[in-house]
Design a protein around this ligand. Structure first.
Ligand code: ATP
Length: 457
């Protein structure tokens, strides 16, 4: 057998590794494979394992993914010192950094989004079932040679030893740690389910650490870990109206910001104060996080949408919420537009769809938005109604959807918000909407006086 031949040896490896293999979930080529690495120096593998050790008694199975997380992270932590676990981080190969995704720490416990699939974390490949822990181990070892007797035996032993090592880490882990991780996960799941009956779409607990640190393996904010160094915790300002809630599984009482159904919340502030970061944390609240992530007390109902400027081809797209007529080059009607959509038109489609389909939450970040869809400019035609005016004159058009807008410069949009949170030095403060409107009016009056003076000159 040659280089490719290792896949042909999978059956033999499975047979020799025996009890350790999770035969029920085995899918050759997907979660069970052996391939010679492109540089020829190592053999990469994946194998579904079954560790016959059930979830300890007293742990609520609804939070089992939290316990799986605690086990996986403990295994990663032991990989450097336990020779059986070293293959998970490719630690004996020439290029461990390339394959180290297997031992990269993760603080994401559950996400419905397809993120971080290359990382080892609780998911449909890594879970508790009544017969024990089912997990798919991925790793790499130095190339053992062609897939023949001795090399096949070596890999089979490596796989069996991995299952043994994982089982031992599990045995050593205090049940209290597993229970705490499961309860934290369950708190988030249950709170998410309770939010609608509380009239909320999101809750951000005081103490939340929203900023992220990105690594080679965790490039997306939803899977990235907490920022290292100075990290300012979120504290709901008094002026915004903090609420106290009881976490459903642990019974712990916590305070924070509850974002209400149908409200418009502005996250305002100057440059680089953390607006996008907080918006991202709100979106990430759809996921469950482990202790230490920093977002474990941010819980958001599922189904939040984002709207941003684009430029996609539109085919029967409804832009009628904003556009009374179509610009040149487009065909159809505002309710069914065809053609190459502009940045603002693409965004109009997204906002319109969120409102029509009753999305619970719409997130808009000035950084990525078409500003001319949000606020009016002097040059804007009558036929376009920007969001600020829709909110002022026909709020019902946005339907059930709560809207969070992160912005620093769109004053006329901030003026339409029900609540205004202002970030300064990464900390949260509040401005009463009436006070903001008064300040904005004063500014507009100053502009008018200046213009009149210049005209009179
Ligand atoms: N609570 C926090 N503690 C520490 N650092 C933070 C915090 N929030 C955000 N940061 C960091 O501040 C920087 C700017 O954050 P962000 O991009 O969210 O700001 P912004 O207000 O959206 O900026 P801009 O208006 O320029 O788009 C980032 O490096 C981010 O990691």
């Amino acid at each position: 057998m040659g280089r490719e031949g290792w896949m042909g040896a999978i059956g033999q490896i499975i047979a020799e590794a025996g009890e350790a293999i999770d035969r029920r979930r085995l899918r050759e080529g997907t979660n069970a494979y052996c391939v010679h690495s492109p540089d020829g120096a190592s053999l990469q593998f994946a194998m579904p394992l079954l560790v016959r050790r059930p979830l300890p008694d007293g742990i609520d199975a609804r939070g089992a993914d939290g316990a799986v997380w605690a086990i996986i992270e403990a295994v990663k932590g032991a990989a450097c010192t336990d020779t059986r676990l070293r293959p998970l981080g490719a630690l004996d190969t020439e290029r461990p950094a390339r394959y180290a995704g297997g031992i990269e720490p993760v603080t994401l416990v559950h996400s419905d989004a397809a993120i971080g699939s290359e990382l080892w974390k609780p998911d449909e490949e890594n879970m508790f079932l009544p017969d024990g822990l089912h997990c798919t181990a991925r790793g790499a070892v130095p190339y053992p040679g062609p897939p023949e007797g001795r090399a096949i035996r070596e890999i089979s032993e490596t796989v069996a030893a991995l299952a043994e090592g994982i089982g031992e880490v599990m045995r050593r882990l205090p049940v209290g740690d597993l229970a705490a991780a499961a309860t934290l996960s369950l708190d988030q799941k249950l709170l998410r389910a309770h939010l609608p009956s509380m009239g909320l779409v999101c809750f951000i607990g005081d103490g939340t650490l929203p900023a992220r640190s990105y690594t080679r393996f965790r490039q997306h904010h939803r899977v990235a870990g907490p920022k290292e160094g100075v990290h300012i915790p979120f504290l709901c300002p008094e002026g915004i109206g903090p609420i106290e809630i009881e976490l459903p599984a642990s019974g712990r009482r916590i305070t924070g910001l509850g974002i209400r159904r149908r409200e418009v919340l502005a996250i305002a502030g100057s440059n680089a104060q953390g607006k996008t970061t907080l918006l991202n944390a709100i979106r990430a609240g759809e996921d469950d996080h482990a202790a230490g992530d920093g977002r474990e007390l941010v819980v958001t109902v599922r189904g939040a949408r984002t709207a941003e400027a684009g430029g996609q081809h539109l085919s029967s797209a409804d832009v009628s919420l904003f556009f009374g007529s179509l610009p040149p080059g487009m065909s159809g009607t505002p309710k069914a537009a065809f053609g190459q959509g502009s940045g603002s038109m693409t965004m109009a489609v997204q906002v319109g769809a969120a409102a029509r389909e009753g999305a619970p939450l719409l997130l808009i970040d000035e950084d990525r938005a078409a500003a001319n869809l949000l606020v009016r400019s002097t040059l804007q035609e009558e036929d376009v109604t920007p969001l600020a005016e829709i909110l002022a004159k026909r709020r019902d058009a946005i339907g059930e959807t709560a809207c969070i807008v992160a912005t620093s410069s769109l004053d006329s949009l901030i003026a339409r918000a029900d609540r205004i949170m202002v970030l300064r030095g990464h900390g949260a403060g509040a401005i009463a909407p009436a006070a903001f409107r008064a300040a904005y009016l004063e500014y507009l009056e100053q502009c008018t006086q200046m213009a009149e003076k210049e005209q009179g000159r």
